[in-house]
Ligand binder design. Sequence first.
Ligand code: GLC
Ligand code: CA
Length: 554
Amino acid sequence: MEQFDFRRMSLYQIWIRSFADGNGDGIGDLYGVYDKLDYIKSLGVDGIWFSPIYPSPNADYGYDISDYRNIHPDYGTLDQFDRVLHRAHELGLKVILDLVINHTSDEHPWFLESKKGRDNPYSDYYIWRDPKPGKNSRRPPNNWFSQFEGLAWEYEPARDQYYLHVFAKKQPDLNMDNPAVREEVKGIMRFWLDRGVDGFREDVITFISKDKRLPDGLPFLPVINGMPFYKDGPNLMQYLREFRQVAKAYGAIQIGEAPMTPVKTALTYLSGEERVLDMMIQFDTMMADCFLTEFVHLPFRLRKLKRAFSRWQNALAGRGWNALYLENHDHPRIISRYGSEKLWRESGTMLAACYLFQQGTPFIYQGQEIGMTNIRLDTIDKYIDIASIRAYHAYFTHQSKEKRLRRVHQSSRDSARTPVQWTDGPNAGFTTGTPWFHVNPNYTAVNVAAEEKDPSSILNFYRRCLALRKSSETLLSGTYREYQAWRGKLYMYERCYEGERILVICSFSPLPQGYRLPKGYKKELAELLLCNYAETPSLGRLRPYEAQVYQWKA
Ligand code: GLC
Ligand code: CA
């Protein structure tokens, strides 16, 4: 079946637990989503990506699935899902589900069987290895660290073997080399596609093929030392091709999440006749204020961000297609990182302009469109994200509690997981009950209701940006070119299509600054398309965090 044109679309991401509570138990759910579909549509997006909504013990909040063919009872039922899907389709919104098949929950029936012994139908569904003989005791099969907690191996007495978990202990990695496991994956895909789902965001999909020898990694590289042997592995292309056949039959799209995959490698999945993924969630643009992970914080460097933007724009031009994003459930809030909480409205709107007009399909994460910022909880016990808690207890332990907590404030995924702020009423209008997680106290100022009323709000600016993108062939399919890459506080890029040129000029500075137009651009012929200040902009000058978008007609 023919694919729909995801290149002209933009998508809204829902992390359901904190989106909207429809039945008053304090937990976001599909009833809440149903009620907000008109709001989502009003943003001007064309679809929704749902982070996992399946049954899960929530060791990693949905990314540890215990039943692939059902809905978590906290979130509703399959019937309610069908209602949401149907209504979304009526509104012209596509629905993309998260496909998490690198690992399951350790409470998934497959794993419960698998760990019982070596001779049942599920014995070979996971990656089991014998202990290495040690002097006095057994040792794990290799020295890989997990991403979330300690070593990547856990011992199971019933089998006298270890199982591999690249993430948490409660997330055993599936053995994708087993054809039966791949058939299960295809069955899961068909189950949701038959219901009418339009595609998948595929969780850490580049990790699913492991080097069978499972060799030791470098001992001094915590967290990622096994990565060379499980990322972009030997059979990955073959497996992706198999899954592609399933998606193709339905015209479904596939968005692959690919931590640390360089753009060159990305092209092997994203380009050519045999494209196995339509877009990729890369991590390069998340690294402008940190080293490898947000938990190792560095001052924000615009030049690093611009290099990442342009690297992907240039490499994929004419060959693949970009997924554009600044936020999702895995990263702290972007205003708190790359913008300014003090110049909140200015930087929040400028950040929208800096990425929404690049070539690619934009993703907007719940709450981003109203400029939600990082929460600062006063003790580590109030945090719930396994990665944040682990980072607090494992790294920089010689530092004071305050310093380590500040690091968590800057880095925690929990900042992106606080309830969406709908109103300035109790619990930010998220629930009539007791919210399952802390509401950011800034909800009295930062909320949907207030921003609906304010024409210059971040919310309304997102709407204007998305409408502008959609109305302009130049922004949809024009070429990309960056100018003045050397500048440390200014980001300027051009989109060009059949002689029409659009220039996006963004200030990342809290101070005013000037700029010159690139060669060949005539000031007199510039037509203003958009600016994030209400007062008329002046070409050549930028106010703090100002964004200007000009057009030069062909
Ligand atoms: C992906 C998800 C993240 C999860 C991890 C393990 O990176 O986006 O939330 O923790 O995979 O499933
Ligand atoms: Ca609920």
